[in-house]
Design a protein around this ligand. Structure first.
Ligand code: BUP
Length: 334
């Protein structure tokens, strides 16, 4: 008797960093015969989420949509805490094969559900963003890409130091700049944040964009030779998939654990002295120097390329990721 593919409900939590992998997973499961219901919150936190959700449902009419309304809630003011955000406790150890093995063999807790290591995830069709023809005119491996993800906005002073650093590095650059955590509040013009003279001096060497870009497509572009990243998990897996060296500059949450994975995997370097979030202002000279070193480090580039090959093997037809995904689907068949 043939068993029926499962019906799976997928509930992404808020923010593009959560929505992106869930939409990719939904598309991957649907293309393997599963019935999918995607449950999304209304309103979304950012405009990027609404745009991507609408585009996703237009491209995948067979995926069911359920919306739930978020009721406004004013949380009580929390009592003062003695823990500082610069504390170096790590909650999550880097996810590596021994860790997954320990979790799945009851060595951590006996009652945990199985953990299935799936990824890197395929981008789904119609992920939104403008084309950047400028990149096509740059030579192979010459451009450093800078992005701190969808919700990290650095201080104005740090942004100016970063600009200074990019200028000092003398590398070509593509910088996705955010000045506010939520995109709907991000209304400042570039000229209000960066000096006009910086934009003028670097106009033939770099571009700064404030709108949403197709990051996966950028990282896949042969002109990209390095990535200055906050190490959101999606960014790390995307850099790994395309074998792009990373200069890790983690800011909050799990990003420090992710930076450690980047370093241990040989995908990049992490300058620990740059600190954590707003701990210290990192000067342009230091940034420029590290960017220049990353972009000219042939050994790092070749290690990152190897990581990319391993990631592509994991995600290929008979790779470990595909096997894990099919294992999940098989286990849920009725
Ligand atoms: Br910004 C930006 N285009 O312009 P992370 C981000 N992305 O495609 P985060 C774009 O959003 P958390 C843009 O490729 C990645 O898939 C990017 O996720 C994409 O960081 C995703 O890297 C960003 O995990 O979320 O947004 O800080 O920290 O919650 O993982």
């Amino acid at each position: 008797l043939r068993r029926k593919p499962p019906h799976i409900a997928i509930v992404p939590s808020s923010g593009m960093g959560h929505l992106t992998p869930f939409l990719r997973l939904a598309a991957m499961l649907a293309s393997r015969g599963c019935t999918i219901t995607l449950i999304t919150a209304n309103p979304t936190v950012s405009a990027a989420e609404s745009t991507h959700i609408s585009a996703f449902f237009s491209a995948h009419p067979r995926i069911n949509r359920l919306e739930f309304e978020i009721i406004p809630y004013s949380p009580p003011i929390p009592p003062p805490t003695t823990l500082s955000s610069s504390n170096s406790k790590q909650l999550i150890a880097p996810f590596e094969s021994e860790t997954i093995h320990a979790l799945n063999n009851g060595r951590v807790l006996s009652c945990l559900p199985p953990v299935h290591p799936i990824g890197p995830l395929d981008p789904y069709e119609l992920e939104k963003g403008p084309r950047l023809p400028w990149l096509d005119d740059q030579s192979v491996g010459s451009v450093v890409y800078i992005s701190f993800g969808s919700k990290t906005a650095m201080s104005k002073d740090q942004i100016r130091e970063l600009a200074n650093g990019l200028e000092i590095s003398r590398c070509a650059f593509l910088w996705v700049l955010k000045t506010r955590k939520v995109d709907t509040d991000d209304n400042e013009e570039l000229q209000e944040v960066l000096e006009e003279s910086f934009l003028e001096r670097t106009k033939n060497r770099g571009i700064v964009v404030k709108e949403w870009v197709k990051q996966e497509e950028i990282l896949a572009h042969p002109a990209i030779g390095g990535f200055v990243s906050h190490c959101g998990w999606n960014s790390v897996t995307e850099a790994a998939r395309h074998g792009v060296p990373v200069l890790a500059w983690p800011q909050v949450g799990d990003q420090r654990a992710n930076a450690e994975v980047v370093e241990r995997a040989g995908l990049g370097v992490w300058v620990r002295e740059w600190g954590w979030g707003v701990e210290r202002l990192v000067r342009g000279e230091e940034i420029g120097e590290k960017v220049r070193v990353m972009m000219s480090d042939r050994e790092l580039r070749s290690r990152a390329r190897e990581v990319g090959e391993e990631a592509r093997t994991a995600w290929g037809v008979n790779g470990s990721s595909e096997k894990a995904l099919m294992g999940v689907i098989d286990g849920l068949k009725t």
